[in-house]
Ligand binder design. Sequence first.
Ligand code: MG
Length: 388
Amino acid sequence: MSDAVSFEPTDWLDREDEVLAPYAMRTRQSRGRRHPEDQHPFRTLYQRDRDRIVHSTAFRRLMHKTQVLVTETNDHHRTRLTHTLEVAQISRTIARRLGLNEDLTEAIALSHDLGHPPFGHAGESALHECMAEHGGFEHNLHALRIVEVLEYRYAEFPGLNLSWEVLEAMALHSKRRDAPEIIEFVGVGQPLLEAQVADAADSLAYDAHDIDDALSVGLIAPDDLREVELWRRVLDAVKRRHVTLAPLHFQPTMVRYLIDWLVRDLLDHTLQRLRRDRIGSIADVRGASSPLAQPSPEMRTLKAGLEEFLKRRVYNHHRVQRMAVKGGRIVRQLFDEFCRSSRLMPERYARRVGTGKPERTVCDYVAGMTDRYAQDEFLRLFQPYTIV
Ligand code: MG
């Protein structure tokens, strides 16, 4: 065995200064964690954030949570987990090219959907209705609650004790700027570029994979997409490159070209913006008049056309709507039943009902469920003669 390599925790921090762009967030500039901790010998603050997110229960549950299609539809469409991994991968590519902090970008991308309840947006609006008189429900605020309060992996502190910058990215996603949990994060200006990149990657990832999944499960046919200009332009590019293309390879090639073009456009336009606005520091990023990591105006129009198509033909497709309506109903009925009798919840939650607002505890329990678990709970509660 060779001798152990000598390594100082500061080595990587020095390296950040060498490789990162002046507008990138450096670990040394972090506002740190709510509960101070010793430095790790070989992982930076943001590497640890990323690892904590991956090891959390909420992250593993993304595997069985709806992105657009409920998880039972088949075994190879996107779930929240695979969506999250695609966002993380695309975010890292963009971050590296822009000279941003890749670890921070990855941590933000991996955490961006942690607060989603079962059954996607239908589950979210059902819970929001249920909680109308008790502060409402929003997945971004709930994600903060998960990483600040609900995860219980560490004896030293509640939640995951993530860095201020990852929490900020989660908080600034929320539309509810008046919420008390958000207040400490507003007023610093635009989000960090690392957060802006994860946000832009989220949007381009779902545009591309929702089309892919919709084609794969037959909600739409390739010819339907001819009305979408962005798709037609990608098709022209694919035809230029491939004189013949086996039907088997058509869809994956189109989706790959689409992602590639969206990423290139985002990179080109963002680099142009950074140069044009002479962005040379974090302060410049914070002080910019609008987010800097954005697609070009032309691509924004093309993307909007694709998103209008997705809304009309995919998200509002009767098969998707049926799953959504059913999911919403399951969420509402579980919520009502647990509010009526908190003793029906597992002990850890039932115990908490006595100490705080019962509705919020029920909401935490239901929001944490996967699609699969929610359906099983529904059957256990309402179907006669099941094995408990
Ligand atoms: Mg997302």
